[in-house]
Design a protein around this ligand. Structure first.
Ligand code: ADP
Ligand code: MG
Length: 692
């Protein structure tokens, strides 16, 4: 495989544009994209035609406006390029109008009340900053999805708006430092964790098929305690799968870079090289799709659920985030000169303040039923938001805010007088328990779950940092002496917000108490966190930047909670179905077998204590399972009767979820007692430690 040659071969990227477009069209398009202007129809016609020619040459027959509805998935409706001719044949056509704007019946996508079904139309608009590409013989045009009133019905529109907000706010600050940058870009690098299980075994698990995770399952004798999987040798079959995925991603111009085994058995990670946030988000969505599709070919099922198996790690998607300028400067890099250092510290303190002020929405941005299993479960960061800076940087900020010298380092405490030490990744990246960690020249947000679109969390980070930078810019803009004002602001804001900085072990129970003492939020579940999106301060902040209107926020809360309720409802129904149809019958069959054996053995005067003890225990567990089933059914009925979505979500969380846990514990014990060939499902042991 010649990687440089295939890289981006399925993308209508800059090289393809340069080749296919007339020179002035190419220039005009680049300018339009760079300045974020709407595309002129004449220009669009030429671009569309060239794009179509290119796509047809690459085997495409259809095109689609590829978008990201609030389900967190991607959506597409395919149209072929064919246009009938007079002589009964067809030609392949694609117009500028079709490129710029598509109409989609929005009625079956979640809108959280934004769009009444009688005005079901929504439209998709090309995001020209993300290249079109070919997937499955279809030209995919990355688009944003809005209602006819202009309300965002997707994850992309708010993301693009938040990128604009952080661009403008950062530029205000940079101007004060004399920078000649004209654009600030938010970047994202998304590390994608996933599980691969054998497809045949998967096909025997109703829970995985319906819900993406195991709802029952006794632990295998071995878990992840030997830590022998992390970075371990990759199994041949898995390696072949990974190679296949890499190649497809490269063809799509996705910088797939790192792959390795993760902590849990059957768990792996794929990380691309970071990119502009909206492109990285598109690419991550595509990566997830390709990972799932390719698994089938290799006899695997790719699980992107945040917690497929109890008792071993779940999967996250670390969002690495940074800001850079069009002059090639990473604003989260401490820099080499005193002026760069001061600028870095200002951005750093802005991020600290933003995260402290908006802990609530940062937490809420990663809330899903699946992720609730991870956060605070001794494998992922806790549900408490805090920032890891590392001892060195914290020491510097502490000393600075108290007007002291920072011992042992080349740092004078008057800002900008001396040079900060460089923070190599190694000294800052030791702490894996922090939800929001500074890792040398970027922040790593570790709370997002493996299935989540990067769109939501990155939108929140961009906007809260933009809002804070704007406050700083207002203050500094009024100051008589910029240097003094800067010094004073950094000291004050660090002092006022330093409670959010925590370099210790985020998994420890002491941290939970310490965080409470510091007054930090600990929003443990989706229903406990998501409603904060509509708190006054958050509505004001988001609407100031046009990222989300009040109505959009309300709709999002509704969508997330509704999805939460539906997820739990499906899980509960699946548990009931499995227990009634498979688990209790398996126990009964085994009990019968034991009974018959005992009868037979008794005829010989043999000791039947094994059979009788087991019959008693299994009968008792079956009865308890049966009673819990009834309880679960009752709890579901109670939830269904509640019309207020927030109350309903809480009811699912407090009641349904609790009973599900109890039901599982009985059934899992039955699994440990029933003979292997009587058990209806592949066990954890078989699924997690399959032999190649
Ligand atoms: P680790 O597992 O040690 O956190 P990885 O190599 O798995 O590191 O992933 C790091 C991710 O961070 C990669 O996607 C990488 O491209 C991304 N990254 C590196 N530098 C930046 C940056 N300046 N801004 C955003 N993301 C970055
Ligand atoms: Mg990582």
């Amino acid at each position: 495989m010649n990687v440089p040659e295939i890289f981006g071969s399925d993308v209508f990227n800059d090289a393809a544009m340069r080749e296919k477009l007339p020179k002035d069209t190419y220039k005009a398009l680049k300018k339009t994209i760079a300045e974020g202007l709407p595309l002129d129809i004449h220009l669009a016609n030429v671009v569309a035609n060239a794009m179509k020619d290119w796509a047809v040459e690459h085997g495409a027959t259809h095109y689609t406006h590829w978008f990201q509805p609030m389900t967190g998935l991607t959506a597409e409706k395919l149209d072929s390029f064919i246009t009938p001719t007079d002589d009964g044949g067809v030609i392949m056509e694609f117009s500028g109008k079709e490129l710029i704007k598509g109409e989609a019946d929005a009625s079956s996508f979640p809108s959280g009340g934004l769009r009444a079904t009688f005005e079901a139309r929504g439209y998709t608009a090309w995001d020209a900053t993300s290249y079109a590409f070919i997937k499955e013989k279809t030209l995919c045009i990355p688009t944003a999805f809005c209602s006819y009133n202009g309300e965002a019905l997707d994850k992309k529109t708010p993301l693009l708006k938040s990128m604009e907000a952080i661009n403008r706010a950062s530029l205000r600050i940079l101007k004060m430092f004399g920078s000649n940058a004209t654009r600030v870009i938010a970047n994202c690098g998304a590390e994608q964790e996933y599980f691969l299980v054998d497809r045949e075994m998967y096909s025997h698990r109703k829970d995985m098929i319906y819900t993406g995770r195991t709802l029952y399952g006794a632990p295998a004798p071995k878990g992840q305690e030997l830590e022998d999987h992390y970075f371990g040798t990759i199994k041949t079959r898995v390696a072949a799968y990974m190679r296949d995925v890499d190649e497809q991603l490269w063809r799509l111009g996705i910088y797939a870079k790192t792959k390795h085994n993760e902590v849990a058995p059957c768990q792996h990670e794929l990380a691309p090289i970071f990119d502009t946030a909206n492109v990285a988000t598109d690419h991550n969505q595509l990566t997830m799709e390709i990972m799932k599709r390719t698994a089938r070919k290799h006899g695997f099922k790719c699980l992107l659920h945040e917690k497929p198996f109890a008792g071993i790690n779940g999967s996250g998607k670390h969002n690495n985030w940074s800001l850079s300028t069009n002059t090639g400067v990473n604003l989260l890099d401490p820099g080499k000169t005193p002026a760069e250092n001061a600028q870095f510290l200002l951005f750093l303190v802005a991020i600290i303040k933003a995260v402290n002020d908006y802990q609530d929405i940062l937490r809420a941005s990663v809330a899903t039923a699946g992720n609730d299993h991870r956060l605070g479960a001794n494998e992922a960061p806790p549900a408490i938001i805090s920032i890891f800076l590392g001892d060195e940087l914290t020491g510097i900020l502490e000393a600075l805010s108290h007007g002291d010298r920072y011992e042992g380092k080349r740092v004078e405490m008057e800002i900008g007088v001396d040079v900060l030490p460089h923070f190599p990744k190694d000294t800052t990246d030791r702490n894996r328990t922090s939800p929001f960690a500074f890792t040398g020249n970027k922040f790593e947000f570790r709370m997002p779950g493996s299935r989540l679109s990067c769109g939501g969390p990155i939108t929140v980070i961009n906007t809260i940092v933009a809002a804070t930078l704007d406050k700083f810019a207002d203050e500094l803009g009024k100051a008589g002496n910029f240097r003094e004002a800067l010094d004073e602001l950094i000291k004050r804001e660090y002092k006022e917000n330093s409670r959010i900085v925590f370099n210790g072990n985020g998994y420890s129970p002491e941290w939970e108490q310490e965080a409470q003492r510091r007054g930090l939020l600990n929003l443990k579940s989706t229903p406990a966190s998501v409603p904060c999106f509509t708190d006054k301060k958050n509505v004001e902040m988001f609407s100031k930047y046009g990222v989300y209107s009040a109505a959009e926020l309300k709709s999002r809360v509704e969508i997330i909670l509704d999805e939460y309720c539906k997820t739990l409802n499906i899980e509960a129904l699946t548990m009931i179905d499995m227990a009634k149809k498979d688990i209790l019958p398996a126990a009964a069959t085994y009990i019968k077998e034991l009974g018959q054996t005992a009868q037979l053995a008794e005829g010989f005067g043999a000791d039947v204590s094994f059979e009788s003890d087991l019959i008693k225990r299994l009968s008792s567990l079956s009865a308890q399972t049966y009673r819990k089933l009834g309880e679960l059914e009752n709890e579901l009925v109670k939830c269904h009767e509640i019309s207020d979505i927030e109350k309903q979500a809480n009811c699912y969380h407090d009641n349904v979820f609790t009973v599900m846990g109890e039901l599982r514990s009985y059934a899992d014990e039955i699994e440990t007692l029933v003979g292997e060939k009587y058990w209806p499902y592949p066990t954890y042991g078989k699924m997690l430690f399959y032999v190649m």
